[in-house]
Ligand binder design. Sequence first.
Ligand code: GDP
Ligand code: GDP
Ligand code: MG
Length: 368
Amino acid sequence: MQYDQLIWIILAAVVACIVAASVIITVSNRRGVDRQPPVEQLPSEPSVEVPAEPEVGLEVPEAAGSRLTWLRRRLSGSNNALARGLADLLSRDRLDEETWDDFEATLISSDLGVAPTTELITNLRRELAIDGITEPARAADVLRRELVKLVDPSMDRSLNLTGTDGKPAVVMVVGVNGTGKTTTVGKLARVLVAEHKSVLLGAADTFRAAAAEQLSTWGERVGVETVRGVEGADPASVAFQSVERGIAAQVDVVLIDTAGRLHTKTGLMDELGKVKRVTEKLAPVGEVLLVLDATTGQNGLVQARIFAEVVKVTGIVLTKLDGSAKGGIVVQVQRELGVPVKLIGLGEGVDDLAPFDPEQFVNGLMGN
Ligand code: GDP
Ligand code: GDP
Ligand code: MG
């Protein structure tokens, strides 16, 4: 046999092996897909959207621990006025009157509010005087302690997710349009799914079809069912059907997304009251989360007051703290409503929702 003939035979053998191997890989992958359990089909009710095919191997959100590092990174970003003010204070050589005045101005402009600012500065100055501390660097610990006190670590920030009488826990999410309600419902569903809870979403924002569409997209992403009505349907009726379906499907939690168009203010408020009332014919609403956009400052407080008049708000979700938010609003809104900030939104991504923790928050603001 000629030498170059031998080369050709070897080449042909190699090519044949590659082809065979890729065929085997393709076939076994396909078997992998076929082996997925068949998707259980629910009765074809037009208003119920079951994710056609739950995403194979839904990723599990990062553990809380690793989220905190990133929370700090986002909070201490140069956008945050409070964080900047703290950094500025701590970088001064001496704590003189001018430094205090500047610090006071920064705190007020960071949405902390006048009363909490005065309180913080008075306490801080008193404590530092007792210990005779004049260098800012040594003041950091005292400052941290005072800030944590202001954010009030004694408040119960857990979500009430225990259903009564074997029925699902019901959570209503309310707030002005654009604050991040739908996004929060999606992110929260994901967290709950990761905690092995079964979840159902109710699209009670029926004002535009796109709103329900946005929520079902989240549902599909997270692998949970979404109940929705037609455009213009009675939101109370959709909420009712969601809980009804949640009871039948024996889910752990029903999350109800609502509308928030303030231009029909009285209409909206009547509507919210009704959604809650009608829903409670089936199961108690254990948690009413008010979503506020942290970048809107004082405006957020005005909204909080309006909403608190119609529904008993049990927790606040402060979104967009990653943006040009000022952070201080946490303290003001808690005082205003007497209700704790329970969750914070730190971005548009699926994992950008974190439980609110006063110490972590303050550490984040102080850049460590
Ligand atoms: P809704 O009208 O209250 O339901 O608000 P949406 O959930 O539709 O959110 C309005 C916009 O805000 C969307 O573009 C979201 O991606 C964005 N958004 C929501 N939460 C956050 C957040 O925590 N950070 C940032 N940067 N954007 C957010
Ligand atoms: P009201 O308007 O404050 O008197 O509240 P109602 O109790 O009359 O309910 C108003 C709306 O809620 C109804 O038009 C329905 O859309 C919805 N609703 C109330 N009860 C039920 C129910 O048992 N089943 C369904 N599907 N919807 C209900
Ligand atoms: Mg929405």
